[in-house]
Design a protein around this ligand. Structure first.
Ligand SMILES: Cc1cc2nc3c(=O)[nH]c(=O)nc-3n(C[C@H](O)[C@H](O)[C@H](O)COP(=O)(O)OP(=O)(O)OC[C@H]3O[C@@H](n4cnc5c(N)ncnc54)[C@H](O)[C@@H]3O)c2cc1C
Ligand code: FES
Length: 278
């Protein structure tokens, strides 16, 4: 039975050191929090208390976007890439350097490195679902693995933050639905070409974005017999296993209905895509 309160050691009072705006409601919040940064793995998330008081009542979950370090490489904090969609994100979009926030994290399980050292690592992100892949690329860059990022969005204006991926050793390809950047079409167009070019070479796919996109990515991975892991961003309540607000259906042949409900905040957010009922 999970504890009904967040674990005290995972509650951090952090300081906002900077806010960078990318336009069209996208912004990055830099948070100073060395203890959290040392513990945080790419694909994990933090649940942020947006402000003191009862409104909004629930914390808001965000993936870590970047891992911040000082000149000597010591972890100093994390950043969050946020798209303004409602009250909580609007409040966060107004924070200035010096503001204090309480965050609960790291929560959930992050991305796991493929056991096969030859496996090409293919990250497929859609829109704000690209957020965990900067942290992932930074985390795995020193391992000298082949990293590919396929980035999809509606339009170029939804990708202004992509400049933050500059300088990392990864090949990036872009697709936009309106054709204003990269290839015109969905990100799965890029994935199909990437997987066809593998010609049997091992690869593992990691995906995060809208459910429909992840379902399509998962289907394509199955068609090419490749492993695929999806970071689910189901709406959440508590973030630590108490409220059942975040469940996803996972195949389970031992049950008459053929599936069970998994709490994505504790079993995920990264789950084997082939086990999910999309
Ligand atoms: C594990 C996890 C990681 C996330 N990482 C990021 C991130 O890195 N950057 C980012 O900008 N957002 C991320 N999100 C989504 C983010 O938590 C929501 O956008 C945010 O909570 C909305 O709060 P709000 O008060 O502004 O909007 P609300 O007023 O709560 O909602 C506004 C609108 O957004 C919709 N909405 C709220 N939450 C979600 C959701 N999870 N998925 C789809 N639609 C939603 C609501 O249905 C409503 O239509 C993540 C969510 C999860 C669960
Ligand atoms: S968000 Fe409460 S159980 Fe997952």
């Amino acid at each position: 039975m999970p504890a009904l309160e967040p674990r005290p050691e995972l509650l951090h009072d952090v300081t906002v050191t900077r806010r960078q705006d990318f336009g069209h409601g996208y912004f990055e919040l830099y948070l100073e929090c060395p203890a959290l940064a040392r513990a945080m793995q790419a694909g994990q998330f933090v649940n942020v208390r947006v402000r003191d008081g009862f409104s909004p009542l629930l914390r808001r979950p965000f993936s870590s976007f970047d891992l911040l370090a000082d000149a000597r490489g010591r972890a100093t904090g994390i950043s969050l890439l946020i798209h303004t969609v409602g009250t909580g994100t609007q409040l966060l979009s107004r924070l200035e350097a010096g503001a204090r926030l309480n965050v609960n994290g790291p929560l959930g399980h992050g991305f796991e490195l493929p056991a096969d050292p030859e496996a090409r690592i293919i990250m497929v992100g859609g829109g704000i679902g690209l957020a965990p892949f900067l942290h992932l690329a930074r985390q795995w860059a020193p391992l000298k693995r082949e990293l590919v990022l396929l980035a999809g969005a509606r339009s170029q204006r939804d990708l202004a933050f992509m400049k933050r991926f500059g300088g990392l050793p990864l090949s990036t390809l872009v697709a936009t639905e309106d054709g204003t950047a990269g290839v015109k079409g969905r990100v799965t167009v890029l994935l199909e070409a990437e997987l066809a070019a593998l010609k049997g070479k091992p690869a593992v796919i990691y995906t995060c974005g809208p459910n429909a996109m992840m379902a399509a990515v998962s289907q394509m991975a199955a068609r090419f017999s490749l492993p695929c892991f999806a970071s689910l961003e189901s709406a959440m309540g508590c973030g630590f296993g108490v409220c059942n607000g975040c469940v996803a259906r996972v195949k389970d042949a031992s049950r008459p209905e053929g599936f069970r409900y998994a709490k994505t905040c504790v079993e995920g957010t990264v789950l084997d895509a082939s086990t999910l009922l999309w």
